[in-house]
Design a protein around this ligand. Structure first.
Ligand code: SF4
Ligand code: ZN
Length: 295
């Protein structure tokens, strides 16, 4: 197969492109998402939430071509995983002179992820809540926090929220969240929103952003992993399924978002961060852990 742009050997099939044209196709797609959805202004103070995996390194690599970026990472203390991804991230940021801040569960909450997980709870549910909390808490002086969510992640989230009838969680969906209108939230944007996971993986390896792909050992236990396998299977049999889910979601997002605006956002009485109830979910988790030591 030959690249449809220059006739050199193609390295990707749909679209059929060579190494160089594939990389510029991906970058153009990201910048056109940014301009179509008005995700960023050149004057914005931007922080990228990174983990050192393929998505965040791709995001850092592309955004730093046009914007001045800062980077934040969370160390949850996950053995045999996080140390290695942070090492890759630190090396990347050092090479590109991107300021990097690392915040850890241990320092912020008093322990590694594992200590906050109660029996029958899935690690990702706890981890996700605590990670989002720290990202928001440490991005206050920035206009936008950019995350590496891709089309696969977003299609999974739509289906997960649908299965669980979690309408309000869909407020986090879409290339830009509208939550800047709530005091205490930094607006979140997702420039990789329309890129497939496979495209990002290919881009990351072609551009030498990472040497090996490692997945968090907890990922297989998650509800998301089940939905991911289901959607991958469906996509193979019915190509375009994930795109259609996203298309449907974006069409209906304004209606979903209206219901969110009607929900009251409070301030957590323990930490002062935004919260639906009197105490935020992160303080709830940390409190459960501390209770074990009170006799
Ligand atoms: Fe945390 Fe789950 Fe992501 Fe691992 S896969 S970093 S446990 S949210
Ligand atoms: Zn709190």
């Amino acid at each position: 197969m030959k690249c449809k742009s220059c006739k050199k050997p193609a390295i990707y099939l749909n679209p059929t492109l060579c190494k160089n044209h594939f990389s510029s196709y991906i970058e153009k797609k990201v910048f056109s998402t940014i301009s179509k959805y008005k995700l960023l202004k050149i004057s914005d103070k931007i922080i990228i939430a990174a983990s050192g995996g393929k998505d965040s390194l791709t995001l850092l690599n592309i955004l730093s071509k046009k914007f001045k970026v800062n980077c934040i990472a969370v160390d949850e203390g996950i053995d045999n995983y996080r140390e290695s991804t942070l090492k890759t991230l630190k090396a990347f940021c050092r090479k590109r002179k991107i300021p990097l801040k690392i915040v850890s569960f241990k320092k912020e909450f008093g322990g590694k992820l594992e200590v906050f997980i109660i029996p029958k709870q899935k690690p990702c549910a706890v981890c996700g809540t605590l990670r989002r909390y720290l990202m928001n808490k440490h991005s206050k002086k920035f206009d936008k926090i950019c995350t590496g969510h891709n089309l696969d992640d977003e299609a999974q989230s739509v289906i997960m929220n649908l299965i669980r009838s979690n309408t309000s969680l869909n407020a986090r969906g879409g290339p830009i969240t509208g939550l800047s209108s709530f005091e205490g939230f930094t607006q979140k944007i997702k420039p990789l929103y329309f890129l497939k996971e496979k495209e990002i993986m290919t881009y990351a390896f072609l551009n030498n952003l990472l040497d090996e792909y490692i997945e968090c050992p907890n990922a297989v236990l998650s509800y998301r992993a089940k939905v991911r396998d289901l959607l991958n299977d469906y996509e193979e049999k019915h190509p375009g399924t994930k795109k259609n889910i996203i298309r449907f979601f974006l069409k209906n997002k304004p209606k979903i978002y209206r219901t969110i605006l009607e929900e009251k956002i409070n301030t957590c009485k323990k930490c002062g961060e935004p919260s639906k109830g009197e105490v935020c979910s992160a303080c709830g988790i940390v409190n459960n852990f501390k209770q074990q030591f009170i006799w």
